[in-house]
Design a protein around this ligand. Structure first.
Ligand code: PYC
Length: 310
């Protein structure tokens, strides 16, 4: 299709879903040419050469800060149903739990998978996802672990906060002693509060941490702040994995025991783990609903063709 200056209007076919309230926008046609190589190499190429495509797909005016994008790519491992590179309003993710559940629901919607187990390749490893007969999806995540326990962070204007740092496919700082009310009525304050923690954690020796997870000290109610300052509407699959690694390391949850993690909007994931050496293999179960299929039109005449960037 041509626009008024005769340049081409590019078409990008997407399927939107939400997993426990958190959106996933899967690009099924029209993605950038990333060539061959590992998924980590292709993610790097995406970032270096086609970053404006990321912004065009998930940012305003076509999306919003909350969207997580998922670009389907050819896997290097032919036992995998697909490869996927996850991205958000500011950059790229290692793995994404709610996003993997969204990708599975999308593949099922397209008739590309049947109930059963399917391997999915991500830039940080292969996950094993099972589409259950009732449309729920279980994701056996990559090995997860707690890297640091009880780290003391001095947060300007807030004070001292203690928390653990753990890997669940992304890096998390998890804390309970924050003294905040974890409720949707308090969400703007929680965003601001968690953002201050994120900056202090990064400045005080942990630049890799890009997600902050606040927990209720008495139950599994949580709040997760994502790298681009949006809060996760789902209980965050990689965050739940990070949490499981802390519970496992502290002996507070046994292998195979169910942990139900609740998000700030009240949605839930069921999770369990098994040990693999010093690390754990988490399994997260949730459901996604496909809610739109459309074609994005990238028209170079549009001053916001590539999104309103951060
Ligand atoms: O479910 O892993 C997740 C996730 C990461 C960022 C948003 N959701």
């Amino acid at each position: 299709m041509q626009n008024k200056t005769n340049s081409t209007v590019r078409k990008v076919v997407i399927i939107d879903s939400h997993t426990a309230g958190e959106p996933t926008r899967v690009v099924i046609e029209g993605g950038p040419p990333l060539g061959k190589g590992t998924l980590a190499q292709r993610r790097e190429k995406f970032q270096k050469k086609f970053d404006r495509f990321r912004s065009a797909v998930v940012n305003e005016p076509r999306g919003s800060d909350v969207y997580v994008g998922a670009l389907l790519v050819e896997p290097t491992d032919q036992t995998c149903a697909t490869g996927v590179i996850f991205f958000n309003n500011v950059g790229y993710l290692g793995m994404c739990g709610h996003g993997t559940i969204g990708v599975m629901a999308t593949l099922a919607h397209l008739g590309k998978i049947e109930p059963g187990t399917h391997r999915i390749e991500t830039p940080v490893g292969i996950v094993v996802a099972t589409l259950l007969e009732d449309a729920r999806v279980s994701v056996e995540n990559i090995p997860s672990y707690r890297a640091h326990k009880d780290v003391l962070i001095n947060v300007p204007d807030i004070g001292q906060i203690r928390g653990d740092i753990a890997w669940g496919g992304n890096w998390f700082f998890l804390c309970e002693n924050h003294g905040q009310e974890l409720g949707l009525n308090n969400v703007e304050h929680l965003v601001d509060f968690a953002w201050h923690i994120r900056q202090a954690v990064n400045e005080q020796g942990y630049p890799e941490v890009d997600h902050i997870e606040l927990f209720s000290p008495s139950d599994s109610h949580s709040f997760v702040l994502c790298p681009g300052k949006a809060y996760d509407r789902s209980p965050c699959g990689t965050g739940t994995s990070a949490k499981l690694s802390c519970l496992a390391a502290d002996g507070k949850l046994k292998e195979g025991e169910i942990w139900t993690q609740e998000s700030i909007v009240g949605s839930k994931f069921e999770a369990k783990f098994r040990w693999e050496g010093e690390k754990i293999i988490p399994t997260i179960t949730g459901i996604a609903f496909v809610n739109a299929r459309s074609t994005l039109l990238l028209n170079e005449d549009d001053p916001f063709c590539w999104g309103i960037a951060h």
